[in-house]
Write a protein of this length. Structure first.
Length: 247
């Protein structure tokens, strides 16, 4: 297969290097990745500026843009010939539940699906090293053909790996959890009275729902979540709106 690799941690990230080295033993690998970290960029694309791309090695390019930009540039012509699967990751940290709304890793996989290619987002469920990237890469290599056969144009695949005893973990098909964020705002006023804002806070939690991606990773499973690329109607919410007295 011909595979495109990208990420949101940047071209020099260890997770990307591990994935490329492992997949490259059996497949043709192209890498188009951001030249700097692009965490939290979601599916953002560059429309009002150019996107600088530099060759940094054989079939390897840095891109001054987002993960979605990388996929766009690659699939629109930078990579010669058809790409069979786009792999985004392996992310240095989890992308669980509603995190995928923010995640640049998920954005790369979603962009692939929007362009008619199977997209798989890969993340390791830990917030600090050491990260077991090799286990995640080995699992991905073993299951490439399964990913391709299962995929259709209406979804991408979001995978989160446990970071302990990953090699013994079995896969579980999950749904995205509802993450709970406790963001905090820190501000600094400069001498010229400009206000600088910093968003921080404790790590997010999640609702305890059996069968969710967060539940699976917490229990040591490999979480495999099919994620729709288009907004879906939710019947109870939709019905309330239909019954509302709009004037």
């Amino acid at each position: 297969m011909r595979l495109l690799l990208t990420n949101d941690d940047g071209l020099e990230a260890t997770g990307l290097a591990t994935l490329a080295r492992t997949i490259g033993t059996a497949h043709e690998v192209w890498i188009v990745a951001p030249e700097s970290e692009q965490s939290g960029t979601s599916n953002a694309i560059t429309l009002k500026d150019s996107i600088r791309v530099r060759a940094t090695g054989e079939r390897t390019f840095s891109c001054r843009g987002t993960p979605a930009d990388c996929v766009l540039v690659a699939l629109l012509g930078l990579v010669p010939g058809p790409v069979d699967i786009v792999l985004s990751g392996i992310n240095h940290g989890p992308n669980l539940g509603t995190d995928i709304l923010y995640s640049g890793t998920a954005g790369g996989a979603r962009q692939a699906a929007l362009m008619g290619r199977p997209g798989v987002a890969l993340s390791v469920g830990a917030y600090a090293p050491p990260f077991d990237f090799q286990c995640a890469a080995d699992f991905t290599l073993r299951n490439l053909e399964t990913f391709r056969q299962l995929w259709d144009e209406d979804h991408f695949i979001n995978i989160n790996f446990p970071n302990t005893e990953c090699s013994r973990a079995t896969p579980m098909i999950t749904f995205p959890s509802r993450r709970i964020y406790r963001d905090e705002l820190k501000t600094y006023t400069a001498p010229n009275h400009d206000l600088f804002c910093f968003i921080g806070g404790p790590l997010p939690d999640a609702r305890l729902e059996e069968g969710s991606d967060c539940d699976a990773v917490n229990r040591g499973f490999v979480s495999i979540t099919p994620v729709h690329v288009h907004p879906a109607y939710h019947d109870p919410i939709e019905e309330r709106y239909r019954e509302a007295p709009f004037r």
